[in-house]
Design a protein around this ligand. Sequence first.
Ligand SMILES: C[S@@+](CC[C@H](N)C(=O)[O-])C[C@H]1O[C@@H](n2cnc3c(N)ncnc32)[C@H](O)[C@@H]1O
Length: 342
Amino acid sequence: MDASTVGLRCAESSRRAGLRVTPSNCHPMTELVEADRGPVVPGSPPSNELRRLVGRCFWGTNRRAWRALPARTRGSRPMQAYGRWLHARVGRRASRKMYTGTMFLRNRPVLELMGRLAAGKPERSRMRVAVLGCSIGVEVYSIVWALRRAHPDLTFAVVGSDMSEEVLRVAEKGVYGPQSSEFVNAAVFERLTEDEAQELFDLDGDQAQVKPWLREGIDWRVGDASDPELVATLGPQDIVVANNFLCHMDAQSAERCLRNFARLVAPGGYLFVAGVDLDLRTRVAVELGWKPVEELMAEIHEGDPSVRGDWWPWEWWSLEPLDRRRRDWQIRYASVFQIGPS
Ligand SMILES: C[S@@+](CC[C@H](N)C(=O)[O-])C[C@H]1O[C@@H](n2cnc3c(N)ncnc32)[C@H](O)[C@@H]1O
């Protein structure tokens, strides 16, 4: 079996299992809009019925009108501001849940930037990388693959951490197939080319085992990203990656995590943090003096189709379009920051 078949099988088996895997998506569809459209329960108080009807009408009309607008009008300043207002409303009212959705090479410009940052390291030096909320490990293997092939002269000490023991068991084994896509409800191989899959895996039937040179030297740790003891446990890191899990938390917990990450990054190191409320990240970044990395910023912003496209502003995890007309655009849309003195 070749690599493309492994990928295809994943998407197919997920569909067969009735999972809601849309192309390139590893997030749940928000239940807010559905809830607002939900059936009027007989016997519920009239004020509730009325609220539900108004909500149904409001979201339905907005969604239809938004879709009918030409892209240029949607991109205008007033419409972007209206979109942000809608998105904030969705975020406030959505019932957020944690998800484990992930995929190999999810955001290529992120990997490219990590490679460029590592290029600044002296020859034969050691770089510490911590990937928090790593789910079943495919993000960790993607990073290790990108860094080790670009810089065979450097040593990368990598920690993959998640609060779930169950996902880490899969991560540590490093064997992926249709069962993995079903487990995380996302087509994990979808973004890989056949050549890349050949480099990453030893293939056996519909199972793909991550190659030993990528598995070796990874430390898998169960841990909570908001734990203040994280620095003591893991030690300071040159790169901390915390992608696509803060958006599933309430604002207070997400802020606690953000502040914790800043302590985990060694002075002059880098924090990669995407999939988080932009207002919150901007506020914390300004307050703590994080320096946005402008290199590849726009590419990284557009680099994960799971969160861009038509999802915004209707899904709480969706990402607003990058708007250079905003005065704070560099800090708002950066998802990579240098922390502390360089
Ligand atoms: C949607 S997955 C993201 C996987 C990967 N980071 C990516 O971007 O593809 C979210 C993961 O974050 C983990 N997670 C959620 N809250 C966490 C926390 N407080 N500490 C550590 N991991 C957490 C979940 O268990 C889940 O595996």
